[in-house]
Structure formats: C-alpha cells, structure tokens
Ligand binder design. Structure first.
Ligand code: HEM
Length: 503
C-alpha cells in the first residue's frame, strides 16, 4: 500500500518494505550496520523503518547521536523502550522499572562503588584471576598442544566470557559471589542471560520455557544476593571494596535507605550490563592483536618499558600506571571504535518531536516531526566508521589514537574543532558531549557508568595475557554476529597462542 499512499512530507521517509508488520526486520536483524548505510544512501541521515509493527526512526551521524542521546527524557524515554526486556531479568524497583529520577539516584550510588579507591584495589585482584586462569591448563588450553613452545588454540569468546565473570565477581560483585561461582551461580546466570535476547526485546510475552526459566532464575538470584546482603548487614562495618559494601550505605534523597531487594537487583543489572559488553570487547581486542603481531609486540614492549625490573621480570601495575599506557589505551579505543558492543540505542517517543533542520529536513523551510509512539534510534557503529570522519575507517589502526598529529587523528580533530568538541586524549572515551562521532559508551543522562571499570578490567586482562603469551590469527578477524543483544564475533573465532619462553 505504501506504493500508492501519499507520503506525509513532515514525517521522515519510511524505508521501503514488502511485508506490512515485519517491515525491515530481516535486513536490520541480520546486519544493522549495512542496513543503515544502505538506507542512508537512499533517504539521508533520518528515516523510519518498521520492526515487527514498531516504527523506528533512525538518526545517523554525530548530529543524530545528539538528537537521540541529548533529548529530554520526558520526551525521548528509555524506560518505555527497555523495561519489558530488562525488568524480568534485573527485577523490580531498579533501572527502567522506576521513574528516571530514581534511577539517576541509583546510578549515583553505583558510582560510589566505582570510586578510584575501589578501582585501585581491583587491579591486583584482576591480575591474580587472569594469571590463575591462564596457569590452569584445563581452562586456557581449549584445544591444542601442551608443549610450552608449541602453538595452541583457544576459542576467544569462551575464554573471555569465563575470565570476565571471574574478574567481575572477584571485584565488583564481591567475595561471596566469587566463591559461589560454581555450577549453581553459573546456571542461574545462564538462565537469566537466556532471557536477555533480541527475541525477548521484540516479543516480551511468549509462552516459552526460556521465559519461565528467566523468571525462576530472577527469583533465585535475588534470594541469593539478599542472603549475602543480610549477612553483611548483621556483621556490621563493611570494609570490602565491592558494590554491596557501597550500596548498603546509600540513602535516597528522601532519606530512605536502599532496600535489600533493590541492592540485589542493581547487582544483577550490573552483572548483565558488564558481562557481554566487556567479554565482547576483550574478544575483539585479542582478535585484532593476534591479527597484527606488531601491535602485540608494541603492547609487550610497553609492559617491559614501564614494568620491567632489573632481574628481568615484570612487576605488577598500579591503577594510575595502567591509565598511562598509550598503546594499551589506543588498542581498547580502536577496538571499541570498530566493534561497539551496542549497535542500537533506542528511546520511546512520548510526544511529537521535531528533528533539528541541521540534522535533516524535508525542505529548506520545513522540519521533520517524529510522531509520538515511534522509537528513535542512534547507532554509534555508523558514526564510528564514517569515512567522512575517519581515514581508512574500516582499518584497525592503533596509531590514529597514539599519534595526535597523525593524519587519521587530524581528520577527527578537524571534525571535533568544527563542531565545538573537546578531544581528550586521556584515559577513556574521547568526548563527554552528546554530539560526537565516537560514542561506544553512549552519552547524556543514560551514559555508561561502567566505562572506567571496563577499561580497567580490559586493560589488566590484556596486559596480563600479553605478558604471558604471543597471539596469532590463522584466518581474518571474523564478521559480526548481530543475532545476540551484544555484537559478538562469528564462529570460528579461534586464536593461536604460544607461551613466552621465560614462562
Ligand atoms: C549504559 C556501553 C560496560 C553499566 C551504557 C550505554 C552504552 C554502554 C552504549 C548507554 C545505553 C543507552 O543510552 O541506552 C558499554 C560498553 C561497555 C560497558 C561498550 C564495556 C566495554 C559496562 C559495565 C557496567 C556498565 C562494566 C557496570 C559495571 C552501565 C549502566 C548504564 C550503562 C548502569 C546506564 C544505563 C542508563 O542510564 O540507562 N553502557 N558499557 N556498563 N552501562 Fe555500560
């Protein structure tokens, strides 16, 4: 029918599709990045596509990111977009199950648990966990050879998923979770995770066993955490550096302390928010390091330069030192540029909203209006690989970050200057503003609060691994698998490794 229906010129163009309800679900679901690029060619930076009956208006580029992420939360709303996915997994009364002001307070509480003092304590713990993991042949040698000088092979995602949960539980989640990271906890985690999929996002209420398992796991996981919280409360003063210790002490502005089940649900939310994002980023980083032995060598030499001791060993790092390693920092940034784990950031449109003409407009004097009831979507993946901003945009090129005067960095700087962005070559993302082409951690009021922790976790993990092994890749870096909530490398994703001689 859309062939004959006249188009309302005040609305963004709708992507052509044959099937009324399904719309563009297949193209978007299989490869959102190429879908967006093809649509941009045809329709420009702002267009609407149909996704199983939902109308999703995409706004591309740095200006599109600004439109979606910098919008007022009363108009472009995250709770309405996500709660049906997240509340059954995290539990009630936290995150998108509460009004945004309350969630903002909860984010503030979590920041206490991510204080610099806590982060300092985590470096050594993560180092220990990774070393112990790698020393255990049964873990690390997924397949392959046992002789020290031979090359072995491991599935990078499986290894990274295990290391990520081990390190997150040892640090943020706390010693009780770490010690229970046996079959029971992993089973509950897997059941929750099985309920955190694109299917759950698209169809919140299917009568499937995985949905029932998810609900049972939420109840059990909540009981598990509440038990820990109550024991901690009974024990009195808590000097642990973890999230439970931090959250127990927090009170809302109206004086009410956080309830046990709220703390439990925040811990589940953090577990889910950090697990796939970090394990995916770590996997992509190791794949690129393995593909570029010169990058692996540069990372290793950086370790030797900063941490080498007269007896030829490498000493432990401190948090402050970790933040000052340019090659390591650039590897993580470049990995997140090419593989931001979250390709689509969505908001529900509560009231009609005009698109700024500088982003897109139907004519010189007109404006597009995105109607109430649509979703809006920003995609950092597109702006982070835009050849208009990045030289050799598709190429993994660490030097674009390490060399602020290099051609690639200059291109980004020119863009940033033109748009009033401040480039911060320090630790973490480039810009805190909502209008930036580089936003792997989002922007605005829903911006990630786990960024510093993720850099610390990934930085310590990569350094500890690179100290022990050389990495190589037999095949090219795998393509993206977009069928999971977080973008993962497609199988096979095996990395060859060889222990360093002195090991
Ligand atoms: C929000 C990415 C790790 C906790 C976000 C958002 C992005 C993001 C893009 C914005 C979502 C939106 O606007 O709808 C990442 C990446 C990570 C990472 C790339 C790792 C490489 C973590 C970790 C934690 C965490 C480790 C917890 C310790 C959160 C929280 C939010 C958030 C609480 C706020 C959600 C909101 O305000 O609506 N993250 N994240 N993230 N992330 Fe992360």
């Amino acid at each position: 029918w859309q062939l004959i229906a006249p188009r309302d010129p005040s609305k963004p163009p709708t992507v052509f599709h044959w099937l009324p309800i399904i719309g563009s679900a297949v193209g978007y679901g299989n490869d959102p990045l190429n879908f967006f690029l093809a649509c941009r060619e045809k329709y420009g930076d702002v267009f609407t596509f149909i996704l199983f009956g939902r109308r999703v208006t995409v706004a591309l580029g740095a200006k599109g990111n600004n439109f979606v992420l910098g919008g007022k939360s009363t108009v472009l709303n995250a709770e309405d977009a996500y709660t049906h996915l997240t509340t059954p997994v995290f539990g009630k009364d936290v995150v998108y199950d509460v009004p945004n002001e309350k969630f903002m307070e909860q984010k503030r509480f979590v920041k206490v648990g991510l204080s610099t003092e806590n982060l300092r304590a985590y470096v050594g713990m993560i180092e220990d966990e990774v070393e112990e993991y790698m020393n255990n042949d049964a873990n690390f040698r997924v397949y392959g050879m046992n002789d020290i000088n031979d090359w072995g092979m491991f599935d990078v995602v499986s290894v990274l998923q295990e290391i990520t949960i081990l390190t997150a539980s040892r640090t943020l989640q706390g010693k009780e979770v770490r010690s229970k990271l046996d079959k029971t906890f992993s089973q509950l985690y897997n059941d929750l995770d099985g309920g955190f999929t694109p299917l759950n996002f698209l169809f919140p209420n299917l009568p499937l066993e995985s949905y029932r398992k998810r609900d049972r796991a939420n109840v059990k996981m909540t009981e598990f955490y509440v038990d820990i919280i109550q024991k901690r409360r009974q024990a009195g003063a808590d000097s642990d550096h973890d999230m439970i210790a931090a959250l127990i002490k927090q009170t809302y502005r109206d004086g009410t302390p956080l309830k046990d089940h709220e703390i439990a649900h925040i811990l589940i939310a953090l577990l889910m928010a950090g697990q796939h994002t970090s394990s995916a980023t770590g996997s992509w980083a190791l794949l690129h390091i393995a593909e570029n032995p010169d990058v692996g060598e540069a990372l290793y030499q950086e370790q030797v330069k900063y941490f080498g001791t007269p007896d030829g060993n490498l000493r432990s790092m401190t948090y402050e030192e970790l933040r000052e390693l340019p090659v390591l920092d650039a590897v993580i940034r470049e990995t997140l540029r090419l593989h931001p784990p979250i390709h689509s950031i969505m908001r529900y449109v509560r009231d009609d909203v005009s698109v700024p003409p500088s982003l897109a407009a139907p004519s010189k004097d007109g404006v597009f209006v995105v109607p109430k009831g649509h979703y809006v979507l920003a995609s950092p993946s597109v702006s982070q690989m835009d050849p208009r901003v990045w030289k050799d945009a598709q190429r993994f090129d660490v030097s674009r970050w390490t060399d602020p005067d290099g051609v690639a960095a200059q291109a980004f700087k020119a863009y940033a200057d033109e748009n009033g962005e401040k480039i911060d070559y320090g630790f973490g993302a480039v810009s805190k503003g909502t209008e930036s082409p580089y936003q792997p951690f989002g922007a605005g009021r829903h911006r990630c609060i786990g960024e510093q922790f993720a850099y610390l976790q990934l930085g310590t993990l990569i350094s500890t691994m690179i100290r022990k092994v050389e990495l190589r890749l037999k095949d090219p870096v795998p393509a993206h698998n977009y069928h999971t909530m977080i973008v993962m490398p497609k199988k096979p994703r095996n990395i060859l490794y060889r222990r360093r001689k002195f090991d």
